[in-house]
Design a protein around this ligand. Sequence first.
Ligand code: AMP
Ligand code: MN
Ligand code: MN
Length: 316
Amino acid sequence: MEAARLLAEARDVTLLSHINPDADTLGSALAVGLVLHRRGARVRVSFAEPDVVPESLLSLDVAGLLVRPDEVPDEAELVVVMDTGSLQRLGKLADRVPKAKKGAVVIDHHVSNTRYGTVHVIDDRAEATALVALRVLDEMKAEIDEPVARCLYAGIVTDTRGFRNAGPEVHRIAARLLEAGVDAEGVTRPLMDEHPFGYLKMLSHVLGRAELDRNAAKGLGLVHATVTVDDAQGLRSEEVESVVDIVRSAEEAEVAAVFKELRPQYWSVSLRAVSEVDVRRVAQRLGGGGHRLAAGFTFEGTAERLLAELKEALES
Ligand code: AMP
Ligand code: MN
Ligand code: MN
């Protein structure tokens, strides 16, 4: 595998995660980064936005590999991009990819990956990028010990929503990671099940305003909720990002949408579907992307306009 060879030979590696990093993109980058760091390479892991590392992901960085985006060299040696379907998803770090002196390896599981690197390891059937990253590490004959396994487990458990959509092979891999010493509950609880008390108050406001439109999405139903800047005040991105996991439980709706106000008139939208609607196509029509049952896009304008455009996209 070309990617494994490039990584094994590299002396200086920059691993990049997508903006608003989740456990899959950062876990994959930190797992591979840790292996290369231990083999003596100079390694840095970064992402463009927000300014701070999500608190729930900080503990994955056992070797202190994370650096701020302005510390990423303009012309890096080898760049590795994790879990990122298109260059825009790297934000202001996107220009590091074409400028990388030894090229850019893209490791991903997005169907829509635009193949913007020089070497691609993309499996759109993989439930998480962490699984694709593990294949590269196995090819390199890397030792998967507990800190590396923990990073991979974090990506897998979150992208499969607690193994709900994981097939037998993923369970076998999970078993291997647990055998390496991963504490499943210890890793999962901060990522998926834990929030400050203020989260409950925020939910009561946000869910109190949620709406169900049974006729939307060609009659399959849409449930939607809005998280304003005010609602999110004092809370972490983890709290805002997890609202969609609750909104999507409305059984009358095939599609769930959460409109997250980043600043006045500027929204990041999370879309989820149960089984029938391909929300990636819906998101792509609105300039975003993602997976068939979990996708997103950004939108500039009023909440009313956003809802109208989303409903229209759900009809076509
Ligand atoms: P989220 O709702 O933010 O958890 O995103 C769900 C999935 O949609 C992510 O895994 C991404 O693949 C994709 N996604 C979210 N926002 C965007 C965006 N603005 N552009 C492209 N893809 C996105
Ligand atoms: Mn991701
Ligand atoms: Mn992923």
